[in-house]
Design a protein around this ligand. Structure first.
Ligand code: PGA
Length: 252
């Protein structure tokens, strides 16, 4: 199984800071020798800069969202075909912040996944329960419903082209990560939901994943890397996570 570490920059970094971080990540990844798949997701205005700066480094570029239509009168939106046209290879969809602040639901996210696949991009589909769901012990039910509603209509071949990120909402940006056992049991559950595509889909953990807790999290048999927010904003911590992922998954 592939291992992937993806950095979600969210709405951070001025252009000069973004360029410096891209260079450091690109140089670090290029110097690392054999490593895991590395992806960075900067804000839209820096995507083309990212593709150019990271050329030859092995690091791939993701967008943080897209619109489901190819083009049209959708002010403020960006299509999957536009992303593909500038060399972006991945796109995060269904992040909890999109669900929470922009009202995205699973049906809408499913349409985005379809648009991305149609243009040869890899969707990084995010799912995860709220704190109240975890307290009420309905986290499997919630994540199962998200998977079913967003991805239920896709064939195994299509699902096999996805990356899934399990991000418990209570762990995102809170400093409170899921335990390794909580992550592993949810990842195993998600893998079962993927049916015939299960063996092909990396499942990433996201939510306060940092160099000091990553080793335990990545040890889970069904944890195939991480979707990293805060710790992706510094090259040193992001590259450390890449190193940990490689060590835990591939050099033991
Ligand atoms: P965090 O964010 O690592 O800052 O918790 C993860 C994410 O939202 O993808």
């Amino acid at each position: 199984m592939r291992t992937l570490v993806a950095g979600n920059w969210k709405m951070h970094k001025r252009r000069d800071e973004a360029l410096a971080l891209l260079r450091e990540v690109g140089d670090g990844a290029a110097a690392a020798g054999p490593t895991v798949e590395v992806v960075v997701a900067p804000p839209y205005p820096y995507l083309e800069l990212a593709v150019r700066t990271l050329e030859g480094s092995g690091v791939q570029v993701a967008a943080q969202n897209c619109h489901e239509a190819a083009q049209g009168a959708y002010t403020g939106e960006v299509s999957a075909s536009m992303l593909a046209g500038i060399g972006v290879t991945h796109c995060i969809v269904g992040h909890s912040e999109r669900r929470q602040y922009y009202g995205e639901n699973d049906a809408a996210v499913g349409l985005k996944v379809r648009a991305l696949l149609a243009h040869g991009l890899t969707p990084i589909y995010c799912c995860g329960e709220l704190k109240d769901d975890r307290i009420a012990e309905r986290h499997f039910e919630v994540v199962g419903a998200q998977m079913e509603q967003a991805l239920g209509a896709f064939s195994p071949e299509e699902l096999g082209r996805l990356v899934v990120a399990y991000e418990p909402v209570w762990a995102i940006g809170t400093g409170l990560n899921a335990t390794a056992a909580q992550a592993q049991e949810m990842h195993a559950f998600i893998r079962r939901q993927l049916g015939a595509a299960a063996a092909h889909v990396p499942i990433l953990y996201g939510g306060s994943c940092k160099p000091d807790n990553a080793e335990g999290l990545f040890k889970g048999a069904d944890v195939n890397g991480g979707l990293i927010g805060g710790a992706a904003l510094e090259a040193s911590s992001f590259l450390e996570l890449v190193r940990i992922a490689y060590r835990v998954k591939h050099s033991a």
